[in-house]
Design a protein around this ligand. Structure first.
Ligand code: KIV
Ligand code: ZN
Length: 520
């Protein structure tokens, strides 16, 4: 293998939670939510944060602009199709960034070129070269991706990649867009590209793997063994369809197996769990308990034999330490007697700035109400509180006024819910299989969304029976999917809040473009 720019000892971590992660159905995030996640990624010391696709909508543009203005330690990246107007939008959105990258792409597999783009291969190369040159007018940090590279012909990839390096691309990202590759073959392909492209030493080779066959992390790691020095990934493996390679798994695999990997990421791994919980809270995608690294059971030893071994020497069954990824960093941060200044300064540490005294007072009031019910308040409680406050501020159409439920052995549970819908109070009553079922039916009897419930899940935010329950409700209507979240120390109320949050999202029209849709 030839000695190239990619053969150094640093593994660049490129996080695309805010872009590809947001393409998961129902995971859309507001501008402020994106800024909060971006700050958490910065604390994690991610090298590059892909903040979004600025040409998708004015809202997406503003979100990328806000992230670019807020982040100082990581490079902020904007995605653009290989079209002048997309690149100009990305360049404009990133103007304030301390360090900016434009990521442009065009499909290169025979099926995508013929059926989706309806372009000849030479035309695709022309578009790619033109896009990279235009992006270089905004920044010298330009990344190019041949979309669906996993199903593209190697000879054609060599031609287009050589041409875009000559045009100024400094990172070449090889996406397995449809998750079709398998580790040995994908790794070999990366090695071949590095070896065959004459100017490959002038760029960093990167990979971006989707998880359709459950191989995204394995494919990414195989590529690293064969010379890739950037991995694109998302927190909790969020992303289009089955998701992207999970950042926490890639990072911990590489750092746990230093004997296998000759390059290392420079991350603060102790921030992983906090970041994972924040992304789950904001997007409403719960983390499965047995999920590697960040699942609640990832470090729990159930069997007696394992427990005995771990007590004698943790290394008998533990290959990493829970505290190295941020478990047990779960400290009480505030309590009932904490004042406004302590609250404000903890919020600042979490990346939350209040734009007025009123918004600080409103959030502080919520905090006090929570502290009356729950004596120890953790960072996760504060994050949930802010998520809820910001979603209520934006989606005013339906609000919970009050509710009561009756639940008694031998009786059918019933609920009475009063909502404010566009200013008018309305009350609904219903019976159901349980208190939650009755409450959601009572809400539906008022709002009549006629949507179908695709997911209902409850997780405790912290430990203890006084912990807040975090509920996610996923609704589908006419092909559109939205996630609603709610948190409360009472899970029936949390469920009602989550349902109302989802209803409000359904009532807001979605109008953004998908980056992989064609437009010429
Ligand atoms: O999966 C993919 O191909 C992408 C590109 C836009 C890089 O997300
Ligand atoms: Zn992707």
């Amino acid at each position: 293998m030839q000695w190239s720019r990619t053969m150094n000892d640093k593994l660049i971590i490129f996080d695309t939670t805010l872009r590809d992660g947001e393409q998961s159905p129902g995971a859309s995030m507001t501008r402020d939510e994106k800024v909060r996640i971006a700050k958490a990624l910065e604390r994690l010391r991610v090298d590059v944060i892909e903040a979004g696709f600025p040409a998708a909508s004015p809202g997406d543009f503003e979100a990328v602009q806000a992230v670019a203005g807020a982040i100082k330690e990581s490079t902020v990246c904007g995605l653009a199709r290989a079209l002048d107007r997309d690149i100009d939008r990305a360049g404009e959105a990133l103007k304030e960034a301390e360090s900016a990258r434009i990521h442009t792409f065009i499909a290169t597999s025979p099926i995508h070129m013929e059926m989706k783009l309806r372009m000849e291969p030479d035309q695709v190369i022309d578009y790619a070269v033109r896009a990279v040159k235009r992006a270089c007018g905004f920044t010298d940090d330009v990344e190019f991706s041949p979309e669906d590279a996993g199903r593209s012909e190697e000879d054609f990839l060599c031609r287009i990649l050589e041409a875009v390096i000559d045009a100024g691309a400094t990172t070449l990202n090889i996406p397995d867009t449809v998750g079709y590759s398998v580790p040995e073959q994908f790794g070999r392909m990366i090695g071949n590209l590095i070896e065959r492209i004459p100017n490959s030493d002038k760029a960093v080779f990167s990979v971006h793997c989707h998880n359709d066959l459950g191989l995204a992390v394995a494919n990414s790691l195989s590529a690293v063994i064969h010379g890739a020095r950037q991995v694109e990934c998302t927190i909790n493996g969020l992303g289009e369809r089955a998701g992207n390679a999970a950042l926490e798994e890639v990072v911990m695999a590489v750092s746990t197996r230093k004997d296998v990997f000759s390059c290392q990421p420079r991350l603060n791994t102790r921030e992983i769990v906090a970041c994972s919980k924040l992304v789950s809270n904001i997007t409403g995608f719960p983390i499965q308990p047995n999920k590697a690294i960040v699942g609640a059971n990832a470090f729990a030893h159930e069997s007696g034999i394992h427990q005995d071994g771990v007590l004698k020497n943790p290394e008998t069954y533990e290959i990493m330490r829970a505290e190295d990824v941020g478990w047990s960093a779960n400290r009480m941060v505030l309590g009932k007697h904490s004042g406004r200044n302590a609250f404000r300064s903890r919020m600042q540490k979490l990346g939350v700035e209040f734009d007025s005294e009123e918004s600080l007072n409103a959030a502080f009031e919520r905090f006090k109400q929570l502290a009356d019910k729950k004596h120890e308040i953790f960072d996760e409680d504060l994050q949930a509180l802010i998520t809820e406050a910001s979603s209520e501020a934006e989606d005013e159409t339906v609000k919970l006024v009050s509710m009561s439920v009756c639940s008694e052995t031998g009786e059918t549970p019933c609920a009475t819910v009063t909502l404010r819908v566009e200013g008018s109070e309305m009350t609904g009553r219903a019976r159901g299989g349980g208190a939650v079922d009755a409450s959601l039916k009572a809400i539906e009897s008022i709002v009549h969304t006629d949507s179908s419930l695709q997911l209902y899940s409850v997780n405790n935010i912290t430990s203890g029976t006084d912990a807040q329950g975090e509920v996610t409700v996923r609704l589908e209507k006419g092909g559109r999917i939205v996630n609603g979240q709610g948190a409360d120390t009472d899970i029936v109320i949390a469920s009602a809040k989550a349902y109302i949050n989802a209803v409000n999202k359904l009532m807001t029209p979605a109008k953004r473009q998908h980056p992989q849709a064609v437009e010429v």
